[in-house]
Design a protein. Structure first.
Lengths: 201, 184
């Protein structure tokens, strides 16, 4: 089967091939859903927001200028912000998402091949991070997810969120500082050489 | 000798940017130099790096269901922009647009080129005496026959018509090009 790049698929969709749009959905649904689920903390709501974002992307596809992925992710992020704004509540993120029962489709994760102890430690770490993410403000959470989980550059984050790079930096810094505090408090970060602080002065 | 300093918010921001490779080479070198002598800075950097690494261990979650969209639903979601790229009736609609704007252009062009006091317009006024000294009445007749004859408004109509003509022709060409690309 021929594997089309995004621009070719977009062109096919504009030419009336709706199935080509579902190829785009297949390709980007994981990234879109993961942003939503980390932002909203609710698997079903995240799937709904991600799907609505795809429908909105289809509706506005003729006005697309530039690359599809950042444009789509901007729509997804806007959708998440709208939901958070309308709910006006703290997301119940993560502890549910990272729970241990693997029956739910949301937990069909790739097997990393870790031993039981390492897997347990990793699971604990993920739960703590997810809980910590739920505690930080929405704007900081969005930036840290985009940077550290989705791996976007500052410029890409600034373009996507419509804020300047200075604000990206400061939000990211505050988010990381808070996450660091929580991980240190939970003793999930390896002990750093704090004992050397005084002795070396 | 290693020392311990208080880390400021700006230091933390710089450490964070250094971690992401987003610090300028000059600032990065300066910060690294400071880190060699400042243990607190080193520790903060290490902890930030570990935090980021921990974040990266977060698993990629699978959606609880496929997000594929029913083509029927997609079709219903089409907005007005879709109408522009695939108008109802295919190429027929823009072709009609081109033809109508061409007619509009020609009509206003003919009116604009027509002198307001031409003998043709005056019709019955043919006597040399009347031509030599046209009365208010004859001019009135001419103006009644074609109101915008020779006026700047008619030229404005020509320009507007040409604009619409150009727009619809371009639109038509784009649709034709898209259809050709699809066939290939």
């Amino acid at each position: 089967m021929v594997q089309y790049e995004d621009p070719q698929l977009v062109q096919l969709v504009l030419d009336g091939d709706t199935e080509a749009f579902n190829d785009l959905v297949e390709r980007h649904q994981s990234r879109a859903y993961n942003l939503c689920v980390r932002m909203l903390g609710d698997a079903d709501a995240a799937a709904d927001v991600a799907q609505d974002a795809f429908i909105s992307a289809y509706k506005h596809l003729p006005s697309l200028r530039g690359e599809f992925r950042p444009w789509l992710m901007r729509i997804v992020a806007n959708g998440c912000r709208d939901v958070l704004r309308s709910q006006k509540r703290r997301p119940s993120v993560s502890l549910d998402l990272e729970r241990d029962d693997d029956d739910t489709p949301a937990m069909q994760l790739a097997d990393t091949g870790d031993g039981p102890e390492a897997a347990l430690m990793k699971s604990e770490l993920q739960k703590t991070i997810a809980g910590a993410l739920a505690e930080i403000p929405d704007d900081q959470r969005e930036v840290v997810i985009l940077s550290d989980i989705q791996g976007l550059s500052y410029q890409e984050i600034a373009d996507m969120t419509g804020i300047n790079i200075g604000t990206v930096k400061s939000r990211l810094n505050r988010a990381r500082a808070r996450l660091r505090e929580l991980l240190v408090a939970a003793e999930l970060l390896p002990r750093v050489r704090r004992h050397t602080l005084e002795s070396n002065t | 000798m290693k020392t311990k300093h208080t880390i400021t918010t700006q230091d933390m921001e710089q450490l964070s940017a250094l971690l992401d490779g987003e610090l300028s080479p000059a600032n990065a070198a300066k910060l690294r130099q400071r880190m060699q002598t400042d243990v607190a800075l080193q520790d903060a950097y290490t902890e930030l790096a570990l935090t980021q690494e921990a974040m990266r261990t977060m698993p990629t979650l699978k959606p609880p269901r496929s997000l594929r969209i029913d083509p029927q639903r997609l079709h219903q979601a089409r907005g007005w922009r879709w109408w522009l790229i695939s108008p109802p009736g295919g190429q027929l609609f823009p072709t009609l647009g081109v033809a109508m704007s061409l007619c509009f252009c020609l009509l206003f062009g003919a009116v604009a080129l027509q002198p307001a006091e031409s003998p043709v317009l005056k019709g019955a006024v043919t006597s040399p005496a009347a031509e030599a000294a046209p009365t208010d009445e004859t001019i009135l007749i001419a103006s009644d026959a074609i109101p915008l004859a020779g006026s700047p408004w008619a030229w404005l109509g020509v320009v507007a018509g040409a604009g619409v003509l150009g727009g619809t022709a371009r639109w038509s060409w784009q649709i034709r090009g898209r259809k050709r690309a699809t066939k290939q």
